[in-house]
Design a protein around this ligand. Structure first.
Ligand code: ZN
Ligand code: MN
Length: 475
């Protein structure tokens, strides 16, 4: 970006909530269902059909607001937003206008090592619309999506670079996944961002005219679209032109934004309270109950792993990235008490298996208790690292208890001195040349003999006992 301009970005993120049924009716929310099979007169928008609010959608929105530090409006209501579009046969969307469920709040982001808070304006609860499909000769509308509960999270115009916007959506998704409020699946369109972008000469008091880019559902696309749009607006201004307030779309193949329509002002929507729906009132006791059940957030967990467990910043970030892995890690730690070893095993072997199998960590055959048991066997020097890897592979393949596996397969490290003596004597007898080299002062020969003992013991001899024993036998 040219140093003479400042870009200002605000985001409106639509998030599909993880409910079993739709917001105004009992139809299932099921993205895998055949088109137009999860529908009824309410979500098809038939005249006279009456909506009934899904309480779980209210809870998930309020919980999101609590996680994002919003003030929760105990009293709110739904409004009609009028517009015509073929994917919305009612010709209005039921949304929230002047009394949204959540107000204010903020989300911490980190860009290039610096942390700051992006202020939020509001979160409101509304309905998703149907989905249009365009074929060669015709178009179709699938109403399965119509009426999916959707919350819209609106930031203040508080972001200034594409990197900040990317950090915001990444962090937002992570927090919402921690809260269990959405599936967060980008390809399925569970999370879609509208970007408001303007540029103004550096130091200008007034923001420039903004353009809105609709429906970004990939993080990479969002970043590219912002880089392009900021540059486009600067070029328009540099060449003496004027930015028009409009809605644009991002063409990912061409790598450009294109004008779709001139943007409506809010008075064009003719908002008014929906007469079919009761106002929402959430009792204080219910809010307190929801607040008491909030999970610890990823950022807080990361900080705790660094401060209380002494883990490196990077490791803490990897472990805290998803709630599932973080919980799993903490279960291992609780079982064995060794933070560094738990962290190393989870970050290394466990996440490798997760990556290779494509299974979430909770569905692996190895349990946190089993890994904790394995770490305890290593710490007690019952087995060495090589054997531990072998046992780990067995636990991944078949599950089970590490103690039992070590006993049944005779994998325990041999610390019985008479047994080790026998291996040492065998190694010395079989390698006279090495013994001679050692006596001439060549230390490398000792390593060779240690290797022979380990081989004879099939890796089970305790190396800490082998070396002194070899030395004393050859002196
Ligand atoms: Zn329905
Ligand atoms: Mn909306």
């Amino acid at each position: 970006m040219s140093a003479r301009y400042t870009a200002t970005i605000g985001l409106e993120t639509h998030v599909q909530l993880k409910t079993r049924t739709k917001i105004w009716c009992g139809c299932a929310v099921d993205p895998s269902a055949d088109p137009n099979t999860c529908v009824c007169p309410v979500c098809l928008g038939y005249p006279g059909a009456l909506p009934v609010l899904n309480a779980e959608a209210v809870r998930l929105t309020a919980v999101s607001g609590m996680l994002l530090g919003c003030r929760i409006n105990a009293d709110s209501k739904h409004d009609r937003k009028s517009y015509f579009y073929p994917d919305m046969p009612k010709n209005y969307q039921i949304t929230q206008y002047d009394q949204p469920l959540c107000i204010g709040g903020g989300l911490e982001i980190e860009v290039a090592g610096a942390r700051r808070v992006v202020r939020l304006n509001r979160i409101h609860l509304e309905e998703d619309v149907a989905k249009n499909f365009h074929f060669d000769q015709s178009s179709g509308v699938d109403f399965n999506r119509a009426g999916t509960p959707l919350m819209e999270i609106v930031t203040e115009a508080d972001l200034h670079t594409p990197d900040e916007a990317l950090a915001y959506v990444t962090s937002l998704r992570q927090v919402l996944l921690y809260g269990g409020v959405t599936e967060g699946n980008l390809e399925e369109g569970n999370l879609r961002c509208d970007l408001n972008v303007s540029v103004a000469p550096e130091g200008a008091e007034k923001l420039g005219t903004k353009a809105e880019i609709k429906n970004m559902n990939t993080f990479r696309g969002l970043h590219r679209a912002l880089v392009y749009e900021i540059q486009r607006q600067i070029q328009v201004l540099e060449s003496g032109g004027r930015i028009v307030q409009e809605t644009r779309r991002w063409d990912d193949d061409l790598g450009v934004t294109q004008s779709m329509r001139v943007k409506e002002d809010s008075h064009d929507y003719r908002y008014f309270p929906d007469p079919d729906l009761m106002p929402i009132r959430i009792p204080a006791a219910t809010l307190a109950e929801w607040r008491a059940a909030l999970p610890e957030l990823p950022q807080a967990r990361r900080d705790r792993y660094v401060k209380a467990l002494g883990l490196p910043e990077y490791d803490a970030g990897v472990l805290a990235a998803t709630r599932e892995v973080a919980d799993w890690f903490e279960d291992v730690l609780r079982g064995c008490g060794n933070a560094k070893a738990s962290s190393n095993w989870v970050m290394g072997e466990v996440l490798r298996v997760v990556g290779e199998s494509g299974r979430p960590v909770g569905e692996l055959k190895i349990t946190p208790a089993a890994l904790a048991g394995l770490i305890k066997l290593i710490d007690a020097k019952t087995i060495n690292q090589t054997t531990a890897k072998e046992v780990f592979a067995l636990l991944v393949a078949e599950g089970g208890d590490p103690d039992a596996i070590v006993k049944a397969k005779g994998l325990g490290q041999v610390s019985d001195s008479s047994a080790i003596e026998a291996f040492v004597d065998q190694a010395i007898a079989a390698n006279p040349k090495s013994v001679e080299s050692f006596k001439e002062g060549k230390e490398a020969a000792l390593q060779h003999l240690v290797g022979q003992v380990m081989k004879l013991s099939r890796g089970k001899a305790n190396p800490a006992m082998v070396i002194p024993m070899l030395r004393s036998r050859m002196s």
